[in-house]
Write a protein that binds this ligand. Structure first.
Ligand code: DX5
Ligand code: ZN
Length: 217
């Protein structure tokens, strides 16, 4: 079953709750929240305080994507506002330790890889995580162009997971539209992050989500 996780990065932050409510009412499976610190990526977004307000009113599971340096220092702060907490392998110097910390806080753990990071950086940890996120843009901004060069990497990680009979979701994040989501799924993704394709002026959130879901089949 393909799960759709709209990213709010390109939504209208002056009406954030209304935008999220549209996503929830449109039948999204997860809400993807991009946390950026201006160091790991050249952009700054939001912290736990924003997620805490949203969490009071939103039923969707929160798929929190930490694009921050030293994520170790913020695991606790995000623990009560995350259903799954994903850190970047490029930002961690103690992956086993950070995964243990996330799991002891009773939240699901994810590892994310930038486009140029090889799958070998996560293979040792697949048995300890719930999701691996394959970036198909260089992180930092919404509305970027999908990097087709990353497709073989999605296939590779899916094959490793299937061969190991592991129960790990493969999330793909960045530049996904109705035009390329079919290929992304065919290569093995089962969680689709999509932002600009959902929050765009041409269609309603509801229609955009339906188009993505139908194109993912
Ligand atoms: C980029 C973020 C992505 C992005 C996805 O750094 O991690 O989640 O918001 O948005 P689109 O689908 O517009 O690329
Ligand atoms: Zn993201």
């Amino acid at each position: 079953m393909i799960k759709i996780a709209p990213s709010i990065l390109t939504s209208d932050f002056s009406r954030l709750y209304e935008e999220v409510k549209q996503v929830e009412d449109a039948g999204a499976d997860l809400l993807h929240l991009d946390i950026m610190d201006g160091h790991f990526v050249p952009n700054i977004t939001m912290g736990p305080v924003v997620l805490r307000s949203l969490k009071k009113r939103v039923k969707l599971p929160f798929d929190v994507h930490l694009m921050i340096q030293e994520p170790w220092n913020f695991i606790k702060a995000f623990s009560d506002v995350s259903d799954i907490l994903t850190v970047h392998v490029e930002a961690c110097n103690n992956i086993p330790g950070i995964l243990k910390k996330i799991k002891t806080l009773n939240i699901k753990a994810g590892l994310a890889l930038n486009p140029n990071t090889d799958v070998s950086s996560v293979t040792d940890y697949l048995k300890d995580i719930d999701m691996v996120t394959i970036m198909t843009v260089n992180p930092g901004f919404g509305g970027q162009k999908f990097m087709t060069s990353v497709l073989p990497k999605i296939k590779k990680i899916r094959n490793i997971i299937s061969k190991g009979e592991l129960n790990v979701d493969v999330e793909v994040d960045g530049g996904i539209t109705s035009k390329n989501v079919g290929q992304v799924v065919k290569n093995g993704a089962n969680v689709i992050v999509t932002g600009a394709a959902i929050f765009n002026k041409k269609t309603t959130v509801k229609d955009a989500l339906k188009i993505i879901r139908n194109s993912a089949k």
